[in-house]
Design a protein around this ligand. Sequence first.
Ligand code: GLA
Length: 326
Amino acid sequence: MKMQRRAALALALLATPFALQAAEPVKIGFLVKQAEEPWFQDEWRYAEQAAKDKGFTLVKIGIPNGEKMMAAIDNLAAQKAVGFVICAPDVKLGVAVNRAAKRHNLKVMSVDDQLVDGAGKPIADIPHMGISGYEIGKQVGQGLLAEMKARGWKLDEVGVLRVAFDQLPTARDRTMGAVDALKAAGVPAANVVDAPQAKTDTESAFNAANIAFTKNAKFKRWVAFGLNDEAALGAVRAAEGRGIKQDAMLAIGIGGSQTALNEFTKPTPTAFYGTVLISPKRHGYETATAVFEWATAGKTPPPVTLTSGILMTRQNQAELRKQMGL
Ligand code: GLA
């Protein structure tokens, strides 16, 4: 009797860990630098979709600074997650991210902002999915040129406001792509005004643009752009504050999430003329799936995947978003 009970107990003890393991779903983290930004909300939404389709649990954490980022990675490890997708608050934290992931045996992939090492070189063993920044920037420039032409603006009379965040390589690539497209078409280099923003949100862009407009009051017409929709929108709001409205100002953003849609659905068009629509669906769904398959099936993601974009305006927004499955 006693023996039997003991044997049963031993069996139960042996069986428990397996039973627990089977019951616990695989966990994948999705860490983003700016959780309040519509782009990142969209990424999370599509990553959730992947979690539902593939059968894993998504752990979403906002990481506005390095300290919160490190705590989030430790937290994921404590929850027994198997890997995570990350858009870090600063790409120079790359080495720290890589080290923490290795220490906890977590798979890591970056999204949007590619992580770099101490020398500023991309970290080769962290797979990345982001946009082709320079090409998309060129599309911004070309979109502005086409509309300037349609309006009969003289290229040498137009101020070019580059809302800049040059410490982030993709931000620099995007805005320089736009500058190069404008210059190639004949916009004088001297007309380009840099407005460095402290953060990548609308408020910082607004402040940066205000200073630039004050210093360059000689331009009566402006085109503006930055790394995302928030940057372009900040410039538009700053211009409005000075009485520069949509007949004298054109801005094109990058993104196509709610920030842009809000502008397009206002009854009267603003100077926010368009945006290059990129895919939060691909970035959210595909990265979360890639980390899941990497951790559970040993399928290593491709080292770098660059996604493309397409110019979206008030006119074609509904149609385009439908086409891209958004
Ligand atoms: C960067 C920007 C975001 C968004 C993504 C898209 O992370 O900060 O606003 O544009 O790139 O890849």
